[in-house]
Design a binder for this molecule. Sequence first.
Ligand code: GUN
Length: 300
Amino acid sequence: MDIMPVIIDGKKVASDIRGELKEKVDWLRSLNVRVPGLVTIMVGDNPASQSYVKSKAKACSEIGMLSKIEMLPADTSEESLLSLIDSYNASPDYDGILVQLPLPKHINEEKVIEKISAQKDVDGFHPVSMGNLVIGKNTFYPCTPNGIVELIKRYKIETSGKHVVVVGRSNIVGKPVANMLLQKKEGANAVVTICHSAAADLSAYTKTADILIAAIGKANFITAGMVKDGAAVIDVGINRVEDASSQKGYKIVGDVDYENVFSKTSFITPVPGGVGPMTIAMLLQNTFLAYIKITKQKLA
Ligand code: GUN
């Protein structure tokens, strides 16, 4: 490409969204009414999960929402986790319930997700939310896919009739983002391909993408040869790789070999600072949305 790619500034967009939400919460406080609340539940001591959970709770309190973390030991029984969720389902103070994944092996993840009231499903993982998403009904959209779609909209990247290729088929990112971009709606209406590790020749698919979404979970997996000239590249990866020059001993890289792919693209998300910060902003937005829905229902 002769034209310089646009680097998508997810950090800035996320900060704008948090600012807009803070104004709304400030307004509620000025009226002396209840503010939205989010409870984040985590089981075990996975360091990456702990760091995500703390960031989520911090972002929540920074905009003035009520925020609570439930850190449970790794040997917590499924039964006690389910009953804790039930107590928050009934709580008038918390509008959103998030259980950080993955959970320890002895706990059935599906059961846990289904236990969360669909009204408080700010992660958008409940089968009711996911079903509504697939049929194009307004619902809680999962945070990372919603963040991706928001970035595409704000940067005015054309999607209608374009070929979106999603690499990765997870329930958290690949499947929902593909379905969101497939809808016959403004900011969507794309022709969508989902591919994954079983593809014999992955690059045969990725090379035809106008918009390439990489959600694989492998550092620098998407190389320059896999990308069409002028494509928009959205990198969802957050991978820790060893880095002796860093104090922590590691650095975070995406699923895209950014350095080499960069010059081929029209738009590209950096890691960090691209999709990552959007996930939390969308979580706050969903919590606000849950609050509005619950409050409206009480008034009706
Ligand atoms: N684990 C990785 N991403 C997520 C997420 O968006 N929500 C939850 N609950 N767990 C995750």
